[in-house]
Design a binder for this molecule. Structure first.
Ligand code: HEM
Length: 406
């Protein structure tokens, strides 16, 4: 059993929770050895082993402590990049040094604040209605791409400033980047290069015609009196094209899956969506977080669970494991939409690097799922296909059927 096995989640029908339970109880700083067969050539260089954290408090504490457990030296993902590839990871928002990260986050945070998102809400609701208008009369569709994917793509393109005609290309490239084990990469980094080209076009346009989009804020903004480097801009674009899509789409699909598995709880939501749906979304995020892990790199010698960690050691933060810690969530393997502390899950991370899009994601999910509950309430899923991945616990195919809307 190795967390660097891209077939693990498919084989286990999701994260290996029995194993996480054993580690959480007896081996809270579990050593995961390298996997000689992964990553395959052409995707990244061979990856060293790492320590896995499965307890809620450990994942939260390490996430908050960027000084000792940093996202910068090795970047935020578990692969051991080198040279130019490592510099790219460090140039993205998620891998920047802390001071620069703070300053860039200040530039990009305004569109994600409550007030700005409330102003955006009617547009999100309108798109959600149009998505369901399209599929409701048919009585069946492929949920992931016909429904779940469309609102996040629209939203992040609109926020970022991607013109309408480039939206499909950005969505496809973001998907292929997230789904890298299936798609492979004909030539190292070629998907990223194509996204970089679109990012460069959008950046040039926003430099010439500033507006309130995210890319415009980044291109025209300054950190310590200086403009950001093109690599910072490009990597921000790549991050959003994956982070803003795959995750929200995956959560919507898990919601439908879990409602099919727990019809009684779905009935409860249907009885009063305003009351039950928001917490049900939190419980879906707790129970089946779409992002499986992020990485931290140790910066100084530190003791953890009786072991001495050295600078350069890698930590794997397991969100699915932390979210099933009984010390935080009593009876954690029970899916319960009325759980009173469901929203304390770590699906969005926590601390200075926590998800910037959490409020937006919740808003989109509420908008789309409330439309489904109201208009195609008897939605049933057929056989689902999980993504082959070490990054995401995601569903990539989910045929659904329902009574056609008149
Ligand atoms: C259900 C949906 C989502 C989930 C579960 C999710 C999860 C996460 C997680 C776990 C992190 C990293 C935390 C860390 O390293 O400590 C993160 C960071 C991030 N997410 Fe999300 N995310 C979601 C939606 C979104 C959306 C909709 C956007 C934007 C449109 C977004 C943009 C970002 C960005 C830019 C970061 C990097 C933040 C930083 O480094 O300061 N995410 N997300």
């Amino acid at each position: 059993m190795n967390l660097l096995d891209p077939d693990l989640f498919r084989r286990s029908g999701g994260p290996p929770h029995e194993l996480f339970k054993a580690w959480r109880e007896n081996d809270p700083l579990h050593w995961n050895p390298p996997n000689p067969d992964y990553p395959p050539p052409g995707i990244a260089v061979p990856t060293r082993g790492f320590h896995v954290l499965t307890r809620y408090q450990d994942v939260a504490d390490v996430s908050r402590n960027q000084r000792v457990f940093s996202s910068h030296p090795g970047g935020p993902i578990i692969w051991d990049w080198e040279g130019e590839a490592l510099r790219r990871q460090q140039a993205g928002l998620m891998g920047m040094p802390l001071e620069q990260h703070r300053a860039v986050r200040r530039l990009v945070v305004p569109p994600f604040t409550r007030g700005e998102l409330l102003a955006f809400q009617p547009e999100i609701d309108k798109v959600a209605t149009e998505i369901i208008d399209e599929v409701a009369p048919a009585g069946q569709c492929e949920f992931v791409f016909d429904v779940a994917s469309k609102l996040p793509v629209y939203t992040f393109c609109r926020l970022t400033g991607v013109p309408d005609e480039e939206r499909d290309a950005v969505a496809n490239l973001g998907n292929m980047n997230a789904d890298v084990e299936n798609w492979g990469s004909p030539e190292e980094g070629s998907l990223t290069k194509e996204l970089f080209q679109i990012a460069a076009r959008v950046s040039a346009e926003k430099l010439a015609n500033p507006d309130d989009s995210l890319m415009s804020r980044l291109v025209n903004g300054e950190v310590d009196g200086e403009r950001l480097d093109p690599m910072n801009l490009n990597m921000f674009f790549v991050t959003i094209s994956i982070a803003g899509h795959e995750t929200t789409r995956g959560t919507a699909a898990h919601f439908i899956r879990l409602m099919n598995e727990h019809p009684d709880q779905y009935e409860t939501i249907r009885s009063d969506p305003d009351r039950y749906l928001p917490n049900a979304i939190e419980e879906v995020l707790r129970y089946a977080p779409p992002v499986v892990k992020f990485r931290r790199t140790v910066t100084e010698e530190v003791e953890l669970h009786g072991k001495t960690l050295e600078p350069g050691d890698k930590i794997y933060l397991s969100y699915p494991a932390a979210n099933r810690d009984p010390a935080m969530f009593p009876d954690p393997d029970r899916f319960d939409i009325t759980r009173d502390n469901a929203a304390r899950h770590l699906a969005f991370g926590i601390g200075p690097r926590a998800c910037i899009g959490a409020r937006l994601a919740r808003m989109q999910l509420y908008s789309l799922l409330s439309e489904i509950v109201a208009r195609i309430p008897d939605i049933r899923s057929g056989e689902i296909e999980r993504m082959r991945s070490i990054w995401f616990d995601s569903i990539i195919r989910m045929p659904v059927s329902y009574t056609p809307e008149a």
